[in-house]
Design a protein around this ligand. Structure first.
Ligand code: C5P
Length: 405
């Protein structure tokens, strides 16, 4: 595979005994034709000398954002990279990356990088298992970074278990495979503009209370990320979600209510080839928003509700010949019938059904289990898997259904 030929790989090394493995990694990457530049944390220089990396990479190695007389341009290096690989990534570097603590060259470059970032952790068994590590890994994943799984075996501490950095040849293989896939993928939706709604909406009752729902926005964000990786121009219109948004979709429009979501969608819908309605839009809102906090009184109270705009149905009415609309249905009973009815009623071309009856599927989970229906019936039955993978499967199903290739 020649996929690494001419690719700019920024290898960031942090302070673990596994740093020696990154010398082999450098050699392999160079052999594959990549241009390799190495940056190191101070701690890593206690394990391997910068001279070893500069000799192998044939490039100067940076260990500091500035030296006595010059400033090392981390922005330039971050932009130069086609791929950034943090290997080994210690618990400390992981925590700094997760929280944006740019007090060294590695994290400064990480924050400046616009390319895919791969992280190969290396640490002791108990550090690896610690909730802090798990949380930081989850944060990096939520930024769209790729975590390379650790291996199991004897660790520097003498303990045996999980925490070893993946072997250099496997890391190279993962890079090659992902780069090949992403090169293929990046063409699938090129030239297409996609509108995606995601998350819940909040309908204000007074300045402190609202009617909302438990949607996390995860599925819609994963769809936006997948479409972007597949080469589309993406408009993500996101309700109040606590999820972090991957770096590649930073032009996200944030909205609060169904009305705001409707307006934001109407602005861009005309330019879109595909619209995916993944948001859990509130169907009703308080008929009146109180300017002041509602005070409690003796006895019960009732709230008058009115309908919100149905975004999918409204835009479905004005759908042009070339536009494809994909809807979602989350049902608790008569799932298939309800989904098929919505497909017709809202003028969708496809509808994705997820059932609240399936454990692990639907709201707030990281996983989903779905069925996809077109007007002719069921076209895909996708098992329980991560929402990220599900997002790719939904787009691939649409690509096949509408012959976009
Ligand atoms: O009717 P129901 O809410 O179940 O329909 C779900 C589909 O319609 C989803 O695709 C959802 O994003 C969309 N929808 C919408 N605006 C609403 C209600 C639902 O776009 N007000």
């Amino acid at each position: 595979m020649k996929i690494l030929e001419g690719k700019n790989v920024l290898l960031a090394v942090s302070g673990s005994i596994a740093a020696y493995k990154s010398l082999f990694l450098t050699r392999q990457l160079i052999k594959k034709g990549a241009n390799v530049r190495v940056i190191m944390t101070k701690a890593s220089c206690d394990f391997v000398r910068p001279l070893s990396f500069s000799t192998l990479s044939k490039n100067e190695v940076f260990t500091d954002v500035s030296s006595e007389s010059s400033w090392n341009n981390h922005v330039e290096l971050g932009l130069w990279a086609d791929v950034m690989l943090v290997a080994p990534c210690t618990a400390t570097t992981l925590a700094k990356m997760a929280n944006g603590i740019a007090d060294n060259m590695v994290v400064a470059c990480y924050l400046s990088a616009k390319c895919p970032v791969y992280v190969a952790p290396a640490m002791d068994l108990d550090m690896w298992k610690h909730p802090s590590t798990k949380r930081n890994l989850a944060l990096l994943e939520s930024y769209g970074n790729e975590i390379i799984s650790v291996g199991t075996g004897e660790l520097a501490s003498g303990l045996t278990g999980e925490g070893r950095m993946e072997e250099p040849e496997n890391i190279t293989e993962i890079l090659e495979k992902n780069l090949a896939d992403s090169t293929e993928y990046s063409k699938v939706l090129s030239g297409k503009t996609v509108l995606i709604t995601a998350g819940p909406t909040y309908e204000d009752l007074d300045p402190v209370r609202y009617i909302g729902n438990r949607s996390s926005g995860k599925m819609g964000i994963a769809l936006a990320s997948a479409c972007k990786q597949m080469g589309a121009r993406v408009h993500l219109i996101l309700g109040p979600s606590a999820e972090s948004i991957p770096v590649e979709i930073q032009n996200t429009v944030r909205v609060l209510s169904a009305q705001e979501m409707m307006e934001a969608c109407s602005e861009v819908h005309g330019d879109c080839d595909v619209a995916i309605f993944a948001a859990a839009v509130a169907d009703y809102r308080p008929a009146e928003i109180n300017r002041q906090k509602i005070k409690k009184k003796a006895g019960d109270m009732s709230i008058e509700l009115e309908r919100t705009p149905d975004i999918a149905a409204t835009l479905g009415n004005s759908k042009k010949e070339h536009q494809i609309h994909i809807g979602f249905a989350l049902e608790t009973e008569h799932e298939e019938d309800n989904a098929k009815r919505k497909l017709e009623k809202k003028n969708f071309d496809l509808i994705v059904l997820n059932s609240l009856n399936d454990p692990g599927a639907g709201f707030a989970h990281d996983t989903n289990k779905i069925k996809i229906y077109a007007h002719e019936g069921l076209i895909a039955n996708i098992p329980l898997q991560s929402k990220k993978k599900t997002a790719f499967d939904i787009i691939e199903t649409a690509v096949q259904q509408f012959n976009w290739e």
